[in-house]
Design a protein around this ligand. Structure first.
Ligand SMILES: Nc1ncnc2c1ncn2[C@@H]1O[C@H](COP(=O)(O)OP(=O)(O)OP(=O)(O)O)[C@@H](O)[C@H]1O
Ligand SMILES: [Mg+2]
Length: 357
């Protein structure tokens, strides 16, 4: 999959920008504050319906502007074309697919982007939410019924939480929602575990190339409640405790997964660089697993490559992506040496983007 044309209006410093990236490597070069991350952020927004920068929702809209739009023409490897758009006016986000209004989830399913950026080590170092998002993005693109299931789970969770907050004590009011949570939780857990099993094969391959010094790797899933009871039984037993907390404290919405190595069993054993390389391995594995299922690679964005990895690891990563024939959008204050020969270069300056000929 690749983006053939990208237009952005009023996203941060990008006032009105149109870019036509090449099918392979593209490097966006510019000084600090020029707008490079914002450009990649636009592509990520189309594919995730949110930014990769934490807490960025309100800051996305250019100061003084009332609306922002992002539009892309996507070409699938089989030649199919899609026009996707995402806009925000006031507080409202609206997605468009081939000229028609569409739910954001449909946009997300049409546009697949995997991104590595200065925040990516959070996948390893930060809280569970980041890892659940990563996992669910992957499952969503492999199991197309996952979103429905997840929505059913969220609806039942909301209902149970309302009962808890209202201080309801009648078990009969909880039972239907707890049964629904139990059903959906089992299926969510099966899919997530299955996804991690498939991911492990590829993570193992990338880890052996990127951090061979850490030995073999394992991925462990924690389902969000104890193994010895079903979720329904757990919730029934936890009602009074949950009432005190005002929300449901166990379930797949509290799940997590961890990466552990033979020579670094805890994440605290990893250096910052090893955390980043582990995140790269997971992201590459996710991109390749997507490719196995979808028959094509997602678009890969790498923000600030040179500041994230040393030259040897940069060259290794670029080599892997070149072999995959994925479309790559890389940003940096300079062009990495390993890319000088075959990348299309763009210059980014004060929110303007132009190809470097
Ligand atoms: N809502 C906004 N409205 C206008 N300008 C904004 C807004 N949010 C951020 N900016 C500005 O947009 C510019 C581009 O930021 P961006 O993070 O894309 O730069 P960058 O090229 O990635 O820089 P760096 O090399 O430092 O990472 C910055 O100067 C920033 O101050
Ligand atoms: Mg940046």
């Amino acid at each position: 999959m690749r983006v053939e044309k990208l237009s952005i209006q009023a996203l941060r410093c990008l006032d009105d920008v149109t870019v036509e990236p090449a099918p392979g490597m593209n490097v966006f070069i510019g000084a600090n504050g020029a707008g490079k991350t914002s450009l990649l952020e636009a592509v990520f927004l189309l594919s995730h319906g949110r930014s990769f920068r934490a807490g960025a929702r309100d800051a996305l809209l250019q100061r003084g502007a009332s609306a922002l739009t992002i539009y892309a023409e996507l070409v699938r490897d089989d030649g199919q074309r899609r026009r996707v758009g995402l806009g925000r006016e006031g507080q409202r986000w609206q997605a468009r697919l081939d000229g028609q209004s569409a739910p954001i989830s449909q946009l997300v399913s049409e546009c697949a982007v995997v991104s590595f950026d200065p925040g990516s080590h959070a996948l390893i170092a930060a809280g569970a939410e980041e890892r659940r998002r990563f996992l669910d993005w992957g499952v969503f693109h492999v199991e197309h019924d996952f979103l429905d299931l997840w929505r059913r789970y969220q609806r039942a969770l909301k209902q149970r939480n309302s009962l808890l907050r209202a201080g309801e004590t009648a078990g009969s009011l909880y039972l239907p929602w707890e049964r629904e949570l139990d059903d959906t939780a089992q299926a969510i857990t099966v899919w997530r575990k299955h996804y991690l099993d498939q991911l492990l094969v590829l993570v193992t391959k990338y880890v052996a190339q990127l951090v061979p010094e850490l030995g073999s790797v394992a991925l462990r899933y924690r389902q969000g409640w104890g193994d010895e009871w079903s979720l329904g039984e757990t919730l029934a037993a936890q009602r009074y405790r949950d009432m005190g907390r005002g929300h449901t404290t166990q379930g797949p919405h509290r799940a997590d997964w961890t990466v552990s190595y033979e020579y670094a069993p805890l994440r605290e054993h990893l250096s910052r660089g090893q955390e980043k390389l582990t995140a790269v391995a997971c992201l590459l594995a996710q991109a390749e697993l997507f490719a196995q299922h979808a028959g094509e690679w997602p678009i890969v964005c790498i923000d600030d490559l040179a500041s994230e990895l040393d030259q040897i690891h940069q060259a290794g990563l670029v080599g892997q992506l070149r072999d995959a024939h994925a479309q790559i959008l890389i940003s940096g204050t300079d062009c990495p040496p390993s890319l000088r020969s075959d990348a299309l270069l763009f210059h980014v300056e004060q929110g303007r983007v132009s190809p470097l000929l």
